[in-house]
Design a protein around this ligand. Structure first.
Ligand code: HEC
Length: 133
């Protein structure tokens, strides 16, 4: 049998061995779409606990457990005065508005990100942020 067919056969038996159906395209959950959208944030934001071993500091504060936290809650991160004085709680409404247009919600924030225009993508991203804890 030609080798591509052998490979396909091997792959198919592997998949059925795991009890999964070979060619079913399941739609992504909001969390999965949010994880993909997080790529736009990941250049500047870690999702790891800043207290954990091996935490790598990036330009922005960690977004670990950001949902429900107060703005500027990480003690040893050097926030801008604007963020320190913003006095927000990061919930659905504040995260959505901030991700859409950071400068509008926290004028003079140091977060140099233009914003995410797609409302559905923001909702998925927020669903993903909720899982970081
Ligand atoms: C170019 C780098 C950069 C990108 C890209 C970026 N951020 Fe930020 N972000 C920052 C910086 C820097 C701060 C701190 C802002 C300040 O102190 O004014 C920040 C702050 C934040 C805060 C407030 C954190 C806190 O502890 O109060 C949230 C929430 C946030 N970013 C979410 C996001 C999300 C979600 C994305 C992706 C859509 C994103 N950021 C993309 C750099 C970035």
């Amino acid at each position: 049998m030609p080798s591509f067919r052998r490979t396909a056969f091997a792959a198919a038996s592997l998949l059925s061995a795991c009890g999964r159906e070979a060619a079913r395209d399941e739609p992504m959950t909001p969390e999965q779409r949010g994880r993909a959208a997080f790529a736009e944030c990941a250049v500047c934001h870690s999702k790891e606990d800043p207290e954990s071993d091996g935490y790598v500091k990036l330009v922005g504060p960690s977004l670990f457990a950001i949902y429900g936290a107060r703005s500027a809650h990480i003690a040893d991160y050097d926030y801008s005065a604007a963020m320190r004085e913003a006095n927000l709680v990061w919930d659905d409404a504040t995260l959505d508005a901030f991700i859409e247009n950071p400068q509008k919600v926290v004028p003079r924030t140091r977060m140099s990100y233009v914003g995410m225009a797609d409302a559905e993508k923001r909702a998925a991203l927020i669903a993903y942020l909720k899982t970081l804890k």
